[in-house]
Design a protein around this ligand. Structure first.
Ligand code: PLP
Length: 393
């Protein structure tokens, strides 16, 4: 396999060897069904309980408030649909934002077709929620505010504490999609006033296909996946025991290394941003300069197509993304870039690079060099650029 520089850690991350090691016995030796009564299944039950404890501790929550799901998408669907159903008698209004992941946006659209009303809040040019607009959007029939902790495309970290406070003041439930933030930023559900929180293991060096939804005690919620009595009868289906064991290990490592890891990533991220902005003219950074995830850099290069840039970077062994992985393959510009006010043609020239702590300065230098060359080449073929240069002479 050719050498790659992997800069798409917001799409997914490498499963750590320690995580794979923690999972292996649950494929080979301890393959029992955790619902079975015999002792052979005890290690499986213990592994599930252990991961639940680790996750609860990391959030300042209780173990029985953590429900395993098949990932972030399911957790978002569960939080929003089940709350809507359980609180429909109180009201049918939900507030979210225009920059949420499609797991939230499409769930809200689904509910709109079933009689719910949804307010999609605007964001400012950095992708930050406007708190005064949030306050104005609240109505007597508002039952839920669902705002992401940090954006998956542009990395902007939202004012979650303030949102939590506003929700509490008005007696409204607050769900946050923390898929990109959990394991990367310290989160305490009480301090932040969070009632429900979604996470996904493969964004923090754990396996794919496993996530959780935190649900605060006392909330009226409904079973989302109907079936067996797993997850206290709220999420049927035989547990993904290897996945849960691996998730526990990944969370343990993510929490223990958070400070050092994010410091290193921030330094590399800032170096990459400075170099790209300095060396590639007509380029802007998307997202907030400081209130942003430690590993996220997102650029808009004027006069080029992000897809062409991506393909040419791939030929140089560099993995990036032109928006969110879930929307690549579509020709529509990213809804997030449009929401921060980028015109279509500039939104089309975007590139997301998301680092990890294993990346090096040498890799960043190589990436900057490649971007510089490729952008110049693409611009030399661009009629828009030619026209712009003629007019600016
Ligand atoms: N929410 C956000 C913010 C994400 O970035 C993603 C994945 O990219 C998801 C939800 C969906 O998570 P999963 O891939 O585990 O279903």
């Amino acid at each position: 396999m050719k050498q790659v520089i992997y800069l798409d850690n917001a799409a997914t991350t490498r499963t750590r060897p320690e995580v794979v090691e923690a999972m292996m016995p649950f494929f080979t030796e301890h393959y029992g069904n955790p619902s079975s009564v015999y002792e052979f299944s005890t290690p499986c039950k213990k592994a599930i309980a252990h991961t639940r404890e680790i996750i609860a501790k990391s959030l300042g929550a209780k173990a029985n408030e953590i429900y395993f799901t098949a990932g972030g998408t399911e957790a978002d669907n569960w939080a929003i649909k089940a709350t809507a159903e359980a609180y429909a008698e109180k009201g049918k209004h939900i507030i979210t934002s225009k920059i949420e992941h499609h797991a939230v946006l499409h769930t809200c659209e689904y509910l709109e077709k079933r009689g719910f009303e949804v307010t999609y809040l605007d964001v400012d040019e950095y992708g930050t929620i406007k708190l005064d607009e949030l306050k104005k959007a609240i109505r007597p029939d508002t039952i839920l505010i669902s705002i992401m902790f940090a954006n998956n495309e542009i990395g902007t970290v939202e004012p979650v504490k303030e949102i939590g406070r506003i929700a509490k003041e008005h007696g409204i439930l607050f769900h946050t999609d923390a898929v990109q933030a959990y394991g990367h930023l310290p989160i305490n559900v009480d301090e932040y006033g969070i009632d429900m929180l979604s996470s996904s293991s493969h964004k923090l060096n754990g396996p794919k296909g496993i996530g959780f939804l935190y649900i605060r005690t006392g909330l009226k919620t409904r079973s989302f996946v109907h079936g067996g009595a797993q997850e206290r009868k709220r999420r049927g289906g035989t547990e993904n025991v290897p996945g849960i064991a691996g998730y526990g290990k990944a969370v343990e490592i993510a929490m223990a290394t958070m400070e050092e890891r994010t410091k290193k990533e921030t330094e590399l991220r800032d170096y990459l941003i400075e170099q790209v902005i300095a060396q590639v003219p007509y380029t802007r950074l998307n997202g907030h300069r400081t209130s942003r995830l430690s590993n996220n850099a997102n650029f808009a290069f004027q006069f080029i197509e992000g897809e062409s840039l991506l393909i040419m970077l791939d030929s140089s062994g560099i993995c990036g993304s032109s928006g969110s992985a879930c929307t690549s393959g579509s020709l529509d510009p990213s809804h997030v870039l449009l929401a921060i006010g980028l015109p279509h043609e500039i939104a089309h020239g975007s590139l997301r690079l998301t680092l990890n702590e294993e990346n090096t300065k040498e890799e960043m230098d190589f990436v900057v060099e490649q971007i510089k060359e490729i952008v110049a080449k693409l611009r030399s073929m661009s009629p828009l650029y030619e026209d712009f240069m003629k007019r600016s002479r």
